[in-house]
Ligand binder design. Structure first.
Ligand code: C5P
Length: 330
């Protein structure tokens, strides 16, 4: 197996683990009953961006063979001296910041199952943008596998006792959550494919690209925090309500950004969708064995089988059938 295809499968595997842990801890951290104020979601987004940029700078330092001088020159050459290239990243950064905040709104207003089923629509928005923006051509088998995937994840996520969910969540809150998650589906598809286009049509290192993305992400996230939670921040500070769990969520979110960048570079956004679907099965299995709060139904089993079959069907056809026509800008 070549170096890049090994990276492709390793990064997809790591993404499954990261997504599973993030969903479980994020949901837990937003619903846990605590004394004192809960942490501000907008502040967690800012912290994750800072952590991501710092990690990317370390990775560029490593790429520069641990020479501070070489790293400074590289960053100056690629980021400061190419303002037009840098500014291009402001678009996905702005969209991702909105999306990261929307997902907190969604997870605070919807039950985990509805959130995850609805968010799977991003598989379709991503495919649509890949076809439109990258000229990606999918074979019949791949389209078929995508529909298996959609049906599969829906079956896996069907609530076991729908009435129990309704007791907890009001209709108004469900509506807000649903709008948030649907908007996130469109933004996820567009921003992911836009970033893939930039990564694959230029030669810059994925870490340099991530620094560009992260710096804008930080600026937007900071603005979001000041606009929405400015007063609370003035009263009790940026890190109010932070605890160990909050730090874990922040680290997992920052780590997610890094893994996703590698997945987009070595695989693509559509395969990334398959990895996140696998993570849904993984979180259900964890709930069953560790948390003992989940009883798999027939629908869950058939859905899980469909997701796995769809993944193999898609990858089997992947090499001969997927052709990316990326226009190189002159
Ligand atoms: O749900 P979706 O797969 O679109 O989520 C992508 C996530 O990855 C977002 O939280 C975004 O901020 C993050 N990301 C990142 N760096 C990248 C690409 C995505 O932090 N290069």
């Amino acid at each position: 197996m070549s170096h890049s295809s090994r990276l492709k499968y390793v990064s997809l595997g790591v993404l499954v683990v990261q997504t599973t842990s993030l969903v479980l801890t994020m949901r837990y951290s937003r619903t846990l009953k605590e004394h004192g104020p809960r942490y501000l979601a907008s502040s967690a987004v800012v912290s994750a961006e800072v952590l991501k940029v710092l990690t990317c700078i370390l990775l560029v330092f490593r790429e520069s063979r641990f020479s501070v001088q070489a790293m400074k020159e590289l960053l100056k050459e690629e980021i400061v001296n190419k303002p037009l290239e840098t500014i291009k990243l402001a678009i996905p950064a702005g969209i991702y910041t909105l999306q990261n905040n929307l997902l907190y709104v969604a997870l605070s207003n919807l039950d985990g199952a509805t959130y995850q089923v609805t968010y799977q629509l991003k598989i379709l928005t991503t495919t649509l943008f890949s076809v439109l923006m990258l000229g990606k051509k999918l074979s019949f088998h791949q389209w078929l596998s995508l529909s298996f995937l959609m049906v599969g994840v829906t079956l896996v996520q069907l609530p076991q006792d729908p009435q129990a969910e309704q007791k907890v969540l009001s209709a108004g809150s469900q509506f807000v959550g649903l709008i948030a998650v649907l908007t996130a589906c469109v933004s996820s598809g567009f921003a992911g494919v836009y970033f893939e286009k930039i990564l694959k049509e230029t030669k810059q290192s994925v870490w340099v690209r991530n620094i560009q993305l992260g710096v804008f992400g930080f600026i937007f996230a900071l603005a979001g925090m000041i606009i929405y939670d400015g007063e609370q921040v003035q009263e009790s500070g940026i890190f109010q309500g932070y605890n160990t769990l909050t730090c874990i969520v922040v680290v997992l979110q920052a780590l997610g950004g890094l893994i996703i960048a590698v997945v987009i570079k070595y695989a693509d956004n559509i395969l990334k969708g398959f990895a996140t679907s696998m993570s849904i099965i993984a979180s259900a299995v964890i709930s069953y064995f560790l948390l003992e709060d989940f009883n798999p139904t027939g629908a869950f089993f058939s859905g899980a089988v469909l997701v796995i079959v769809a993944t193999f069907l898609y990858s089997y056809q992947c090499k001969p059938a997927t052709v990316s026509i990326i226009k190189i800008e002159t």
